[in-house]
Design a protein around this ligand. Structure first.
Ligand code: GDP
Ligand code: MG
Length: 597
């Protein structure tokens, strides 16, 4: 145990976490030339393309320092707010963290939020000033920023370049010298923290864990405390670039476990693994059931594909436990599913995986958050709404609550005004304003989560000319004056387009939605009135004018086969369109409310 170090790398996106991980693997000889690929830890195709680490992984390095051999376990953390719970569990599995800060960009919102998570878990922080090779680097200033943030000495900050290799050896020495070895007791009953799991279609779910106390052996009967289920540990081992099966993984070490579990939902990140015959009395603190934050309807483009879509969703859920779905039906779209996601990125990933891995074309409806409604008749009984169209009749409602977040934004002093206006427009209430340096300001707001879902990132980027970073964490439910805005096409209400909107903004947003839909809905053979309504009251109206000519008119009475060809061609162009009543609605229309500006 004296020779084990468990650490993670925390950083704002693009500050060099993955590149640094690669460099450490290189330097310790953990990767052979043949295995050398860029950004080894980002293994999923999607991650690679988007340049983000979606799932956390772990990797073990061996390193000889002052004549003694050390085991260094690097636990990778996901780099996006959608996955902040997983980040917190990965951090909980470590004793130390490299805090990587880009020498040109300095401290950003994610640097701070990750640092807080690390400090909450009492991690030893090693500050790394990365990208010192860049001509635009400001090493002195950024070192001062780091010193101010951490209250450390400037000498503790390691100047480095993950690109050229500057500082890598110093970082490894610091990991060994400054991060304490694990503390656990080998004599106590097994207590291991699950910090991640990966679905393997051939072997079932691979569970990644950190042993806190006791040890875990091949063949042992084990128990997961949160689910109460018992398993045989068919295989345990340590994680290098490939898995190395072992007879036992000991106190303080990091490893993987295979039990033949076929459903990702049985393996809950944050859960405690123990011995089934001699269980620990202490569940590891911090466990939470992951809660979806954003909901949307997912419908097949062709109604006949419903069963196929169900099959695809079930398969996705086997390897992504944070995806939840229940069947729902929509008057407009027929049969589909109401799905819960960790955030907008997660929603996009699932949509993309449905297309790539299952060849499904789907329509996704306007995303919404989860609301709580209470009726006058039963003001104590909470009704959970994951779909705006489930909102009870307005006259019967006592109150509605929506989820709030604490938003942290770091920007340049020049942009404080525009950023504040944006947040206030998004119903934010400023709670804190701190000048980190004379040019850089940290702003905190309490805001409705729903406002983040609706085009917040893009707007923030625009108003700050790209000089703002953003992070958030949930802070519970707050009462809000919300009304449901319905959209009517050709006088028929399209339930999939309904949205819950703050009463003060309802008129304005209803008007913009109608205007946007007018742009997106293609002209057809007849006029299509588009209306926004609150209850029976119409608040806005536009019309999509009829096409002047019938496309098939020129074939009238003429060549039938030509006419059929033309129709087929039209049909192809209809991909991702849904016929609602007699109106065709393209996919973009369902997302229109997200892009109103
Ligand atoms: P992550 O999002 O924190 O994982 O960041 P990446 O490791 O993907 O790096 C983001 C970008 O910065 C990539 O284009 C890297 O090549 C580049 N980068 C990372 N470290 C350095 C460095 O030390 N110097 C320079 N010049 N570029 C770097
Ligand atoms: Mg990365």
């Amino acid at each position: 145990m004296k020779h084990i170090r468990n650490f993670c790398i925390i950083a704002h996106i693009d500050h060099g976490k993955s590149t640094l991980a690669d460099r450490l693997l290189d330097f310790t000889g953990s990767v052979t030339e043949r295995e050398k690929k860029e950004q080894l830890l980002d293994s999923m195709d999607l991650e690679r393309e988007r340049g983000i680490t979606i799932k956390s992984h772990a990797i073990q390095m061996e390193y000889i320092y002052k004549g003694e051999e050390y085991i260094l376990n690097l636990i990778d953390t996901p780099g996006h707010v959608d996955f902040s719970y997983e980040v917190s569990r990965s951090i909980a599995a470590c004793e130390g963290a490299l805090l990587v800060v880009d020498a040109a960009q300095s401290i950003q919102a994610q640097t701070i939020s990750n640092l807080y998570l690390a400090l909450e878990n009492d991690l030893e922080i090693i500050p790394v000033l990365n990208k010192v090779d860049l001509p635009s680097a400001n090493p002195e200033e950024v070192t001062d920023d780091i010193v101010d943030l951490l209250g450390c000495d400037a000498e503790e900050v390691i100047p480095a370049s993950a690109k050229t290799g500057i500082g890598i050896e110093e970082i490894l020495s610091a990991i060994i010298e400054r991060i304490p070895p694990p503390k656990g007791n080998p004599e106590e009953p097994l207590q291991a923290l699950i910090f991640d799991s990966v679905y393997n279609p051939f072997r079932g779910v691979e569970t990644y864990f950190r042993v806190i106390n006791g040890e875990i052996s091949k063949g042992q009967k084990i128990k997961f405390l949160a689910t109460g289920k018992t398993y045989d540990a068919d295989e345990v081992g340590t994680l290098k670039l490939i898995q190395h099966p072992k007879k036992v993984v000991k106190t303080g070490d990091v490893g993987y476990l295979i039990t033949g579990i076929k459903d990702a939902r049985e393996v809950k990140v944050g859960d405690t693994i123990t011995d089934s015959a001699n269980p620990t009395k202490n569940m590891i603190a911090g466990f939470e059931n992951v809660k979806p934050m954003v909901f949307a309807g997912v419908y097949p483009v062709d109604t006949e594909d419903y069963e196929e879509l169900r099959g695809a969703m079930e398969k996705l859920q086997l390897n992504d436990a944070s995806l939840v779905f229940t069947p729902e039906s929509s008057a407009a779209l027929g049969f589909g599913f109401r799905c819960g996601f960790l955030g907008m990125l997660h929603l996009e990933i699932i949509q993309e995986r449905l297309e790539r891995e299952f060849d499904m074309t789907v329509i996704t409806t306007v995303p919404n958050v989860s609301y709580h409604a209470y009726t006058k008749k039963n003001p104590d009984e909470k009704i959970i709404l994951n779909n705006p169209s489930d909102l009870p009749d307005p006259s019967s409602i006592d109150r509605v609550e929506e989820p709030y977040i604490k938003a942290t934004i770091i920007t340049k002093a020049d942009f404080v005004g525009p950023v504040m206006s944006l947040c206030i427009e998004k119903r934010g209430i400023i709670t804190n304003q701190t000048y980190l340096t004379p040019e850089r300001v940290e702003l905190s707001f309490d805001m409705p989560l729903a406002e983040i879902v609706f085009d917040f990132y893009d707007r923030l980027k625009t108003v700050s000319k790209g000089y703002a970073s953003f992070d958030y964490s949930p802070i519970g439910m707050h009462e809000s004056k919300l009304v449901r805005v319905d959209i009517l096409l050709n006088a028929n209400s399209v339930d999939a387009l309904s949205a819950l909107i703050h009463a003060d903004n309802a008129y304005n947003i209803g008007k913009k939605m109608v205007e946007k839909l007018k742009e997106l809905i293609p002209r057809q053979q007849f006029d299509i009135p588009i209306q926004a309504a609150i209850g029976a009251k119409i608040i806005s109206r536009e019309t999509v004018k009829a096409l002047r000519k019938d496309v098939t008119a020129k074939c009238y009475g003429g060549d039938i086969s030509r006419k059929r060809k033309l129709l087929e061609k039209q049909k192809k162009g209809k991909k991702r369109m849904r016929q609602v009543g007699n109106v065709e609605i393209p996919q973009q229309a369902f997302m229109a409310v997200l892009k109103l500006n």
